[in-house]
Ligand binder design. Structure first.
Ligand code: GUN
Length: 288
């Protein structure tokens, strides 16, 4: 029997409904939650992601400020925009869309954001707190994946979980979140020898490679009734695809996420949730 689809659109809607309620409560207290986005350059996919984030904010009553910067923006110019947003009391969350053009440093850029407005959870402060199990603002894709487990009451304690990604945005935060739930977590990456062996032993596989020419997770690689979370999204043979073919993998897995319509909508929903958290954090330090 085929497994159960983990439907990101449905789960994201439950998060958005909660966010909408919190937004209207904050507005009653005179706080107008606001997310500022910064997009540098002409990456078409990034422009689409930012547009979708704005649309989602609108749906739940979060105000947005849109900064579109030229491809040739210098590090200094970008830093001074972040400084302005850091001190702008009407802005609660700041998101600099990644990747940045090659001449800009992602570390210098994300580190510049005030930890209280860091809705991506990428500042050293928030990433460090996450490693200690104390972060209020956590990277959106990882917390979206955790929300999916929660929605389906999937127990993580004692499970063998394999991550196929080691990025600051996905693999590293997920490692800490899963460890906090008492899972046994193994991180695989491009230099891992015999990934298949790790996958076959895993109760849960979370894969985020995003390049079909380098990696495909096939049903032969997974254990019967395991759980597969496909975080990847890329264009391949004119289609949007993940690291596995959902229709094939779901025949063997007990749960799996489709692409599109899986983790993607969760990332956006958790950004909205983080913006509300940041707006509430602002009130705790006396900033409206
Ligand atoms: N690019 C791809 N995913 C993300 C994300 O979650 N946040 C930011 N800022 N950029 C991204």
């Amino acid at each position: 029997m085929a497994g159960t689809k983990i439907d990101g659109k449905i789960i994201a809607q439950t998060v958005k409904d909660r966010v909408k309620k919190s937004t209207s409560e904050l507005k009653k207290e005179g706080i107008n939650p606001c997310l500022a986005t910064v997009l540098v350059g002409n990456n078409a996919a990034s422009a689409t992601y930012v547009r979708n984030k704005h649309k989602a904010c609108e749906e739940v009553g979060i105000i947005t400020k849109d900064h579109k910067l030229d491809e040739n923006t210098t590090q200094q110019q970008l830093s001074s925009i972040i400084d302005e947003l850091n001190t702008d009391a009407t802005v609660h969350g700041i998101l600099v869309q990644l990747p940045l053009p090659k001449h800009l440093s992602e570390f210098a850029t994300t580190s510049r954001i005030s930890p209280l407005k860091d809705v991506d959870g990428l500042t050293p402060h928030n990433a460090g707190l996450l490693g200690m199990g104390k972060a209020a603002l956590v990277a959106c894709t990882p917390s979206g994946v955790m929300e999916m487990f929660d929605y389906h009451n999937i127990e993580l304690e004692g499970k063998n979980i394999v991550l196929i990604n080691r990025s600051n945005l996905v693999g590293k935060p997920l490692y800490h979140l899963l460890l906090e739930k008492n899972a046994t977590v193994i991180t695989c990456h491009s230099r891992t020898k015999d990934i298949e062996k790790f996958c076959q032993a895993a109760d849960i596989i979370i894969t985020a490679v995003g390049d079909r020419t380098k990696f495909i997770l096939t049903p032969e690689m997974i254990k019967e009734k395991s759980i597969v979370i496909d975080v990847a999204i890329s264009r391949f043979q004119d289609k949007l695809v993940g690291d596995c073919d959902y229709e094939k993998i779901i025949e063997k897995a007990s749960f799996a996420t489709p692409v599109p319509g899986g983790v993607g909508p969760m990332t956006v929903a958790m950004l909205l949730k983080n913006t509300i958290t940041a707006a509430s954090l602002g009130t705790q330090i006396g900033r409206q």
